[in-house]
Design a protein around this ligand. Structure first.
Ligand SMILES: NC(=O)C1=CN([C@@H]2O[C@H](COP(=O)(O)OP(=O)(O)OC[C@H]3O[C@@H](n4cnc5c(N)ncnc54)[C@H](OP(=O)(O)O)[C@@H]3O)[C@@H](O)[C@H]2O)C=CC1
Ligand SMILES: O=C(CO)COP(=O)(O)O
Length: 339
């Protein structure tokens, strides 16, 4: 039995804490809302985020950040991308010695273009960081809490740390692989949300399966191009955190990104969509970051550009699809000629 803290009691933090508690670890879940921590401790529910789930009784919660950080030497950070820096900054005063950090967030920071692990490195003193592991893959919280078979990847530059996280999370319904391509895993995780928003849009427009298959396939091509330009290994993008998560997110009603796109495709405004979903839709902010990053890297990312125009330049979803369909003629495999 290992002591582990999970920071962030939204859908994913709660589902992962449940996996760890079911694996008989001493898992403490931190919520920044006292009433939510009380609900988890007394009612064993988290109704806002996982309405139909009964949490294991050995899963404890706290809203005391100091208690949460001091509880364990393994800390899982499960807050949205935009909260990563704040959470890391707040934790510094309670860190004493080295801890193993796991992050599970899927995004890139606009303007700095930093991946999550880079933000963690920016914010935490290296003397307090044993290693950073990213846990990512096709894994809707709603299915994980039902113990439906799920596969995921623990990626780190430190394979010993990745294997430790594999051991802590793995069980009969939660299968964990390892990978050392942190760039590829984080880029695939962040960018699949952009393509999922676009997939939701084509479904909302009523364009059907051909259009969605095109988006997933050409989406993977542009994600791979960007990833390679940043130093990722090409084959990571055919794996769980690339193609795997694209399929899960672009085809599922569980996906907040797909649902947001679907509502946009049906004509709703971005403001109304985000208000109605009420949970993080990472793809919106990541579209901005990816659009900027593609320009910096001089990588062609037509789907990301089209989505950027819809989200931030008031182009209609239908016009954006028309623009994509009228691009100059290309060879399908010209992206792959370099590997
Ligand atoms: N849901 C899923 O199935 C999966 C999600 N992910 C990724 O996990 C990350 C978290 O997503 P998810 O749990 O789904 O998001 P949710 O929107 O479900 O929950 C986010 C949680 O983070 C809390 N939070 C927000 N800002 C802060 C802050 N500054 N300090 C402390 N807590 C904060 C929210 O609190 P409040 O209630 O107050 O808003 C909420 O509890 C995202 O990057 C997502 O892409 C990855 C795999 C699967
Ligand atoms: O990352 C996810 C599944 O792997 C969850 O996707 P959403 O954030 O779109 O719900």
């Amino acid at each position: 039995m290992e002591k582990i803290t999970v920071l962030g009691a939204g859908s994913w933090g709660t589902a992962l804490a449940m996996v760890l508690a079911n694996n008989n670890h001493d898992c403490l879940l931190w919520s920044h809302r006292e009433n939510q921590a009380t609900e988890i401790n007394l009612d064993h529910t988290n109704k806002k985020y996982l309405p139909d789930t009964v949490l294991p009784i050995n899963l404890k919660a706290t809203s005391n950040f100091e208690t949460a950080i001091k509880h364990a030497d393994t800390i899982v950070i499960a807050v949205p991308t935009k909260a990563i820096r704040d959470v890391c900054q707040n934790m510094k005063e309670y860190l004493n010695g080295k801890k193993l950090f796991v992050h599970v967030s899927k995004g890139i920071e606009p303007d700095s273009f930093k991946r999550i692990s880079e933000m963690i490195v920016d914010e935490l003193p290296s003397s307090n960081v044993e290693a950073i592991v990213v846990l990512s893959g096709p894994s809707h919280a709603e299915e994980v809490v039902l113990n439906h078979p799920t596969t995921i990847t623990a990626a780190s530059e430190d394979m010993k740390a990745a294997k430790k996280i594999q051991d802590l999370f793995m069980n009969n319904s939660f299968r964990v692989y390892t990978n050392d391509d942190v760039i590829g895993v984080e880029i695939g995780a962040a960018l699949k949300n952009v393509i999922a928003l676009a997939a939701g849009i084509v479904d909302g427009l009523g364009y059907g399966d051909n259009a969605k298959a095109a988006l997933i396939t050409r989406g993977l091509a542009e994600i791979t191009r960007l990833g390679i330009s940043l130093g990722a290994q090409p084959y990571t993008f055919s794996g769980l955190t690339g193609m795997g998560d694209l399929i899960a997110t672009c085809t599922s009603i569980h996906s907040r990104n797909w649902r947001a796109g679907n509502m946009l495709g049906k004509g709703a405004s971005l403001e109304k969509v985000l208000d109605e979903i009420g949970m993080v839709v990472e793809g919106v902010r990541t579209t901005k970051a990816a659009y900027q990053l593609a320009k910096k890297q001089q990588v062609d990312m037509p789907i990301t550009e089209a989505l950027y125009s819809v989200l931030f330049e008031s182009i209609s979803p239908k016009e954006a699809v028309d623009i994509l369909m009228h691009r100059t003629k290309k060879h399908e495999l010209e992206d792959y000629k370099t590997f």
